[in-house]
Design a protein. Structure first.
Ligand SMILES: [Zn+2]
Length: 73
């Protein structure tokens, strides 16, 4: 499995390389799932950005709830 080096660092462990997550499809072909696995902590991230970008709790919550949803509760 190829390892990719980047200028970014894992937000969890500080590793600077990752691997693409590969899955075997029904046809037997190996396909990348679009997810990335850190070579340091082995965590799987939904995107490359999620791997290196520090967590921002406030932004995460405000983007999940639209003003409409908040007022209807
Ligand atoms: Zn890591």
């Amino acid at each position: 499995m190829p390892t990719y080096k980047t200028v970014y660092k894992c937000r969890e462990c500080g590793a600077t390389s990752y691997q693409q997550v590969i899955e075997r499809a029904a046809s037997g072909a190996l396909k990348p799932t679009g997810q990335y696995k850190c070579t340091g902590c082995r965590n799987v991230f939904a995107s490359l950005r999620a791997w290196w970008e520090p967590r921002r709790q406030v932004d995460f919550q405000s983007s999940k709830l639209s003003p409409l949803e908040i007022s209807s509760q």
